[in-house]
Design a protein around this ligand. Structure first.
Ligand code: SF4
Length: 278
């Protein structure tokens, strides 16, 4: 009988960045699989609803119907109410749920005004991609592209990502971004390595678009670095905490993390378990 093929290990960008941000948080989330009481923050709720609304907008456009700005705000409001619950914490002092809701309305109106009639040839929204990191097919990265467009005249693909956070990165920071670069690799592998791919971040809080490109050599290096990071994660036995300002948005701060809860005992070692999806 032929040897049974090993199931690939599938990682995602968010798993890798959780490890980079705080190994202890990575352990709670992906090894111990602790389900926190409240998973969302008001920022993640806002992000989710804005993403959902823009996805809906482009789905309508693909069907040949451009919704009015009123229709899109109605969709946003309905989604917000459907998903919101009063336990979602607001970390930033002095801000209310209404402030966050209104931010979303502003993001959408600005985006709508700037991009209508949405003629940049959207191919897909929430496009699932899978990238092979090694030749044996043991390691893969899975992700979802917010929106993929194709400029037919230039034969150039656009990978769009919507950002709802307040920060606006410097160009140098986006030049080093791993997530969209990995997605570019997937698109090139799909349509041809000679194709031009533009990475586009829409910073909605600033009504600003930032673009970047990668050479094939840079993408190949990124693939190798990503695999190296995965091997490092797999070789990890102790998962140290990394206390920072980001703890305020960590779902384990309130009652799981020993850094903030002195009565919680710290486990010194953790044996990693085999998971299909990381
Ligand atoms: S609260 Fe901070 S230190 Fe604790 S797991 Fe979360 S990010 Fe890490």
């Amino acid at each position: 009988m032929p040897a049974k093929k090993k199931k690939p290990k599938i990682y995602s960008h968010s798993r890798l960045s959780t490890f980079e941000q705080c190994p202890l948080k990575f352990k709670f989330r992906y090894i111990d699989k602790i389900i926190p009481e409240i998973r969302a923050t008001i920022e993640s709720h806002l992000g989710k609803i804005v993403h959902d609304t823009l996805e809906w907008l482009y789905t309508q456009v693909k069907k040949g119907k451009i919704p009015s700005v009123e229709e899109i705000i109605i969709h946003y409001t309905e989604k917000w109410e459907e998903d919101y619950n009063e336990d979602i914490p607001i970390i930033k002092k002095g801000l209310t749920v209404k402030d966050y809701f209104n931010k979303g309305v502003e993001f959408i109106i600005n985006y709508y005004t700037k991009h209508q009639p949405f003629e940049d040839n959207t191919l897909e929204t929430e496009k699932k991609i899978l990238i092979e990191l090694d030749n044996k097919g043991e390691y893969k990265i899975q992700g979802f592209i917010d929106r993929l467009s194709h400029d037919v005249e230039k034969d150039e693909y656009g990978i769009h990502d919507y950002k709802t956070a307040n920060n606006l990165p410097m160009q140098k920071q986006v030049e080093n971004d791993r997530q969209l670069a990995l997605y570019a690799l997937a698109i090139k592998e799909l349509f041809g390595m000679d194709k031009e791919v533009c990475l586009i971040w829409h910073y909605l809080a600033h009504d600003k678009k930032i673009c970047s490109r990668r050479t094939n050599e840079e993408l190949q290096n990124l693939k190798e670095e990503t695999l190296k990071l995965i091997k490092q994660i797999e070789a990890t036995i102790t998962f140290p905490s990394n206390k920072s300002i980001l703890c305020n948005w960590c779902e384990y701060k309130k009652d799981v993390c020993q850094v903030w809860n002195k009565n919680v005992e710290e486990k010194k070692e953790t044996k990693q378990v085999e998971l299909d999806i990381w």
